[in-house]
Design a protein around this ligand. Sequence first.
Ligand SMILES: C[S@@+](CC[C@H](N)C(=O)[O-])C[C@H]1O[C@@H](n2cnc3c(N)ncnc32)[C@H](O)[C@@H]1O
Length: 263
Amino acid sequence: MKRPVFSKNTSTSVALYARYHSDLVAAQYCDAHYGPDKFGVPNFSKRMVQLCTTAMKEGSHRNALDLGCAVGRSTFELASHFDQVTGIDYSTRFIDIANRIKKNGWACYQLPEEGVLISDHEISLSDHDLAETAHKVSFFQGDTLNLEPRFCDYDLILAANLIDRLSEPRKFLAHIHKRLLVGGLLVIASPYNWLDQFTPRKQWLGGRFRAGSPLNSLEGIGRKLSKHFIMIDEPQEVECVIRETARTFRHCNSQATLWRRIR
Ligand SMILES: C[S@@+](CC[C@H](N)C(=O)[O-])C[C@H]1O[C@@H](n2cnc3c(N)ncnc32)[C@H](O)[C@@H]1O
């Protein structure tokens, strides 16, 4: 791990605070994607891609799509196994950072340590043996719920920690087969943290009552996908750790499920 260099954080005005807050979220994703492992938990994005490629040993590895790619670690990881990988995220800021990492091979970010103390960090693709993947990835700002028609015919679609951030996850599940080749794999991972601020309650795939009975999210996903997909393998729990300050971390388990398009 590189030694942090300390900077002065002088953000005091509301505008500066808003800027600082969005920088902070972007920095947290940079650190979660490219920074050091925390508490011995393997890198979440890398682990997700291992699950995808293990399940796809036999299949075609031409095109993959990474939806909600944030700052792009899983997109680069997928490009170690696929000819072309497209990463799409709603956030222009995240896509700008992903594109800068693609272009330069590195990025800098600042993380809070304690109080107003912040530290400077630098990460690079070569630290992760990903420098040779950059020419195979393309990043676009876009909405998963309203994708351009050209984003189609994929062998793999990864949606990691995305569905519980969508306003219409049912619409996503009802239409995603059109983007995938028959025989292709859809991989969904989510901690199912349903929140009204992102997803209106009637859209929640689980974590609520349906006709008086509890509905869990895996059941809800299965119902929506059953027309075009079968689930392969057992669901797996994949850990994710995000650093907030030097001594505060968020730790969650995402349930990863793999779905083969059969019709
Ligand atoms: C919880 S983060 C997960 C990021 C990344 N997949 C990971 O596992 O670290 C959710 C991401 O989905 C993006 N997102 C939310 N709604 C989206 C949408 N409608 N279309 C595309 N991306 C979206 C957010 O900007 C954010 O980067």
